[in-house]
Design a protein around this ligand. Structure first.
Ligand code: SF4
Ligand code: SF4
Length: 131
């Protein structure tokens, strides 16, 4: 929730937890990640930037993984950092592959939905491609 100046004044951890409960299978999927790094080789964004924070597993573990670890009790700074990862470093192209079936795009898509529920989302009008 934001004040009239657009500053964040609260985060609804109960609402976040309800959304986490809807996708509890993601918690299991993330616990299966063995940090092998194979998915990195299939992410065009990582291959182009070599930014360690743009590997698919890093983005998943530091968005939905973070929300599960903190049981929804995240800070505004956590939300802003998540935003930069899941919008700024992923386009949901679906190209990443995980041999044990961790679905990074679906994980990041749900992390975006949770961010939106807290009033945080990409403002495409501010991007160079925006209107
Ligand atoms: S390929 Fe799968 S198990 Fe390996 S780091 Fe990526 S998400 Fe984790
Ligand atoms: S969906 Fe995201 S993480 Fe997967 S290949 Fe595309 S940009 Fe990379």
């Amino acid at each position: 929730m934001n004040d009239v100046m657009g500053n964040r004044i609260s985060i609804d951890a109960d609402a976040i937890n309800r959304m986490l409960d809807e996708k509890i299978e993601i918690k299991l999927l993330l616990s299966n990640c063995v940090s092998c790094g194979l998915c990195s080789g299939t992410c065009f964004y990582y291959k182009k930037t070599k930014d360690p924070e743009s590997t698919p597993s890093f983005k998943a573990l530091n968005s939905m993984g973070l929300l599960f670890r903190k049981k929804g009790k995240i800070s505004p700074k956590d939300l802003d950092r998540m935003k930069s990862l899941i919008w700024g470093k992923c386009v949901l192209c679906g190209q990443c592959r995980c041999p044990i079936g961790v679905s990074i795009p679906s994980i990041i898509a749900w992390a975006r939905a949770i961010c939106r529920s807290q009033g945080v989302c990409e403002n495409y009008a501010d991007s160079p491609m925006g209107a």
